[in-house]
Design a protein around this ligand. Structure first.
Ligand code: SF4
Length: 436
């Protein structure tokens, strides 16, 4: 088993296509980037776009949704920028703030031409005259700069490096950083499609979204499969298969990057990467909440998870084994989010702090039912009150802990469990995984 696996039908693998025999290339691009563009051109990349509206209609017809986390329909975003008065800007957003996700950095490191091709197509569809690639990863930056030098794009493209933080990839933070400010979210409206980089209507698109657009354009017959597939990062501390997956050994264990059709059951994914003993899962990096009983039958797609009260987010799944206490995981997630708060919104600073403090008290057997009641109230009242999704993520972790693990929370109110005694709320190390 390697660190990247495609579950798409044989011969139709999209972004994780295996090496082509004989030429050493990987999905059309060379793994070592030497030279990558020949392989990419050979699989139909950078083909001239003669009818941008037709491609946009295809994107709408197959229902491609953005892969940054919110799952917003890609065609609506593209049309909003196209229909705004010019000049316009497009941004490939490769800054993934969720600590359990590696897909965007992997794409930029190993598929820079596919992402840049998607950016070029997005510019053509929206009528944009300038493009940016926004990232924080040094290896990704090197790959993108090499790709730009190898095949200069039709539109001017600038690479902008940012700090790696939880909120740096939020679209208003992206605009603010490109404009020379700090990578911090701003109040909305206006949204970037109304007033983005330099005040111009701006499309901020996740790099996986753009890569899917590029593959859909060069392989129209596979558009539906490509649009419906997801890149998912699978991890789980101490899972037996983590090392065998060949993804290295980071603090959070190994990571496996998988491309799967929408609707794949989570149990399939757990088994696939050696987390067969998993008893629960944390969804969407830290954004989608905790799930216990019934998690195995959840389908991997936005609608299915939303219906179950969760969220797919960026698609990262962290499996919890029998040795992991969900209360300890919630403490660590809330504390990590609190530490990553941009401290701009008072409600976020006080809300994440209060929830973390209460969760620590629960974990250490020092809380009563009044604390649990407070946690419940905060988890219902706080979502939507910050300028970005960080506070929502913390509230969802709390809400899903209380909803799906009430027996464990109950037990903690009476005594401390061994797993939580050792919990280190301050560092969030269990969620960080290496890029395969
Ligand atoms: S909700 Fe929190 S992280 Fe988001 S902008 Fe406000 S203070 Fe910053």
């Amino acid at each position: 088993m390697t660190g990247v696996i495609s579950l798409l039908p044989e011969g139709r693998q999209g972004l994780l296509a295996p090496p082509r025999p004989g030429d050493g290339s990987f999905g059309g691009e060379n793994v070592d980037g030497n030279p990558a563009v020949d392989g990419y051109l050979a699989v139909g990349g950078y083909a001239p776009l003669v009818a941008p509206d037709r491609l946009l209609d295809r994107i709408a017809a197959v229902g491609l949704r953005g892969r940054g986390g919110a799952g917003f329909p890609a065609a609506i975003k593209l049309r909003a920028v196209r229909d705004a008065p010019g000049p316009r800007v497009v941004v490939a957003n490769g800054e993934e703030g969720e600590p359990g996700s590696v897909k965007d950095r992997w794409l930029l490191r190993h598929r820079p031409h596919t992402v840049l091709d998607g950016l070029r197509l997005a510019a053509a569809m929206t009528g944009a005259e300038r493009g940016f690639v926004y990232l924080s990863d040094a290896l990704a930056e090197r790959a993108v700069r090499r790709a730009l030098a190898e095949c200069p794009p039709e539109l001017p493209v600038e690479v902008v490096r940012t700090e790696h933080t939880y909120v740096a990839g939020e679209e208003s933070a992206v605009v603010r950083r490109i404009d020379g400010g700090p990578a911090l979210p701003t109040a909305k409206p206006p949204r970037p499609f109304e007033s983005g980089v330099g005040g111009a209507p701006t499309l901020v698109a996740n790099v996986e979204t753009l890569a899917r657009v590029a593959v859909m354009y060069s392989r129209p017959e596979e558009a539906e499969v490509v649009a419906g597939a997801h890149l998912v990062t699978l991890s789980g501390a101490g899972a037996p298969g983590a090392g065998a997956a060949g993804a290295g050994s980071g603090a959070g264990g190994g990571a496996v990057l998988v491309e799967v059709p929408a609707g794949t059951h989570l149990k399939v994914l757990a088994d696939l990467c050696g987390h067969g003993r998993a008893e629960a899962v944390l969804l969407g990096g830290l954004f989608g909440g905790l799930y216990g009983e019934g998690w195995a039958d959840l389908p991997l797609d936005h609608d299915g998870l939303n219906a179950a009260g969760g969220a797919l987010g960026c698609g990262a799944l962290h499996f919890l084994g029998p040795e992991d206490c969900p209360v300890a995981v919630a403490v660590e997630a809330a504390a990590y989010l609190g530490a990553q708060s941009a401290r701009q919104c008072g409600v976020c600073l006080s809300g994440t702090g209060a929830m973390t403090k209460a969760l620590v008290a629960v974990a250490h057997g020092e809380a009563g039912y009044d604390t649990v009641a407070k946690l419940h109230r905060w988890s219902q009242q706080l979502p939507g009150r910050g300028a970005c999704g960080l506070l929502d993520a913390a509230a969802r972790v709390v809400a899903t802990l209380l909803a799906h693990f009430s027996d464990r929370v109950d037990a903690h109110c009476r005594s401390v469990c061994p797993a939580c005694e050792g919990a280190r709320p301050e560092d969030g190390r269990r969620f960080r995984v290496p890029v395969p």
